[in-house]
Ligand binder design. Structure first.
Ligand code: TRP
Length: 322
């Protein structure tokens, strides 16, 4: 039996080269060894986009096409939509008894995000947003995942998931294995403005950007000490020419790098690496029916697994009436 991986993307914007250097490359290599589930977390995306459902809807397809374009193989990985697995919502309700409000408020990721979303939440926060770690635990436990590949910002979520699983097992009897986080050792790529590269921060390079756009973005990218280091990191990730990388690195280290020379070369390296990805994505854009089919099949498969888990849970909770 292959071990199980579950991971999720919030459909709030197109994926970008930051995801490519980190999560996506990792995902592609893992799909050969593990039974992989990739969840498009539309329900979670709504927790802070409840007032913009069209945005979430549109990005469900964008994120799926991004995954397929970079090499997620639907014959190896199961791609599905969270909201179509109603068992996840049911599990969330049962798990919500196992978590206190104070514990949720102490979750460092949630705490940070509430701070960042002051405009949306004002001085308070919604029940749904505060509780999304419970829903994420349901995502993970519904599939009895062994491993959850995530960025380090998601570690508190996996910790909460483990707590919930432990508590459930203690009260209702051994049911869940405890999932482990799998943190990639990849470098974190920054955005063109030196901030974290974000889906909705307007500072990223996406898989649909034209060569001209990529050149423009790199040209305009911050090239102070931190920005320059980031561009060098991008070159290391996107170019196969190690010698050239070493040359620019030396120049950077001794403060003589000429960005007017380096930037166009970096842009070309990115354009070259992204070319087959862009082409594959264009294929899917023209063949939306095939994307729908992949999703439909994936969702069917995911439903079967989640149903089995829910049946087990209900039995343990004496909710198996008929
Ligand atoms: N919270 C994750 C993020 O923001 C997305 C996500 C939703 C997820 N459900 C998940 C990740 C389950 C791993 C497992 O990136």
């Amino acid at each position: 039996m292959k071990k199980i991986i579950l991971t999720g993307d919030r459909p709030t914007g197109q994926l970008h080269i930051g995801h490519f250097c980190g999560a996506l490359k990792n995902r592609i290599s893992l799909q050969d060894k593990y039974q992989t589930y990739i969840m498009i977390a539309d329900v979670q995306a709504l927790t802070d986009n409840f007032n913009n459902p069209q945005k979430v809807r549109k990005n469900v397809f964008e994120v799926i096409m991004d995954n397929l374009a970079v090499g997620i193989d639907p014959n190896k990985s199961t791609i599905f939509i969270q909201s179509l697995i109603s068992e996840i919502a049911e599990l969330t309700v049962f798990f919500s008894n196992l978590v206190t409000i104070n514990r949720l408020k102490r979750n460092p990721t949630v705490k940070d995000e509430i701070q960042q979303k002051k405009e949306l939440f004002k001085d308070d926060v919604t029940f749904g947003f505060l509780g999304y770690p419970v829903s994420q635990a349901a995502d993970i436990l519904a599939f009895q995942a062994d491993l959850v590949p995530v960025g380090d910002d998601q570690l508190p979520m996996i910790e909460q998931t483990r707590e919930i699983a432990r508590k459930f097992n203690k009260i209702y009897g051994e049911t869940f294995k405890l999932p482990e986080a799998k943190i990639g050792d990849f470098p974190r790529v920054l955005g063109m403005d030196g901030r974290k590269m974000g889906k909705s921060l307007n500072n990223s390079i996406t898989f649909t950007d034209s060569p001209e756009m990529i050149k423009e973005k790199i040209k305009g990218a911050l090239s102070d000490k931190i920005g320059g280091k980031n561009l060098l990191l991008l070159f290391e990730q996107f170019s196969d020419d190690k010698k050239l990388f070493e040359k620019f690195k030396k120049q950077y280290d001794s403060n003589v790098i000429k960005y007017s020379e380096f930037k166009p070369i970096l842009a070309e390296a990115i354009i070259k690496k992204l070319k087959p990805i862009k082409e594959k994505r264009e294929y899917y854009e023209k063949n939306l029916k095939s994307v729908e089919k992949i999703l439909f099949d994936g969702t069917k498969k995911a439903q079967i697994i989640a149903k089995q888990t829910l049946a087990k849970v209900k039995e343990k909770m004496f909710l198996n009436y008929f």
